[in-house]
Write a protein that binds this ligand. Sequence first.
Ligand code: IMP
Ligand code: MG
Length: 174
Amino acid sequence: MEIQKKKVLYSKEEIRQRVCEMAEKISRDYPEGDLVLIGVLKGAFIFMADLVRKLKVPCVIDFIRAASYGSSSVTSGEVKILKDIETDIRGRDVLIVEDIIDTGITLKSLVRKLKEREPRSLKVCALIDKRLRRRVVFEADYVGFSLDDGFLVGYGLDFNEMSRFHPEVYVIEE
Ligand code: IMP
Ligand code: MG
C-alpha cells in the first residue's frame, strides 16, 4: 500500500546536506565525544543512521519507543515508554534523536523522564519541527527543517506505517 497524493518537500540532496551540517555542529559541541544517542522509534531510524555516519566524535547508540496515553490524558502531556533504553545514562552526555516535533508532547515527556536518570547533559535533535502545532512549550536544540504545518511521510516518517522507506520527505496533499 502506498500513498498516491503526495509531493516532494525535502529532496535526498537537501536532506543529505542538512544532516551533514547538523552532524558538524553536534561534533563541534561535543569535542570529547562519548555521546549517547537515543533514537525515538520508529520514525527516527533512518535519520539516526545517516547522522551517526557523519559524526566526527565517538558515540554509542540506543533506542526508545514511546506512545501517547488515551485521549483523556493527552492533555497531561505524559507518554508511556513502550521500549526503554538499555544504557545507563547517569553522568553521560545524551542526545535524543527524533524525526519530527508536532505537539511537543512526546519529547517534553521523554526529556522529563530521562532527566530523572541524571545524565550529565540532555539535548534534543529533531530532523523536522512543525512549529504551529505545539500544545506544550518545547524547543529542540538542533533542528534540520522547520515548517508551519502539514502531514509528512518518507525518510522514516509514516502515515499508518506506510511510506517510511522513501529516501526523500513528502507532504501529503489534501
Ligand atoms: P508530538 O508528541 O505531537 O510532538 O508527536 C511527535 C510524533 O508524532 C513524532 O515522533 C511522529 O512519530 C508523529 N508525527 C507527527 N507529525 C507527523 C507527520 O507529519 N508525519 C509522520 N509522523 C508524524
Ligand atoms: Mg516518532
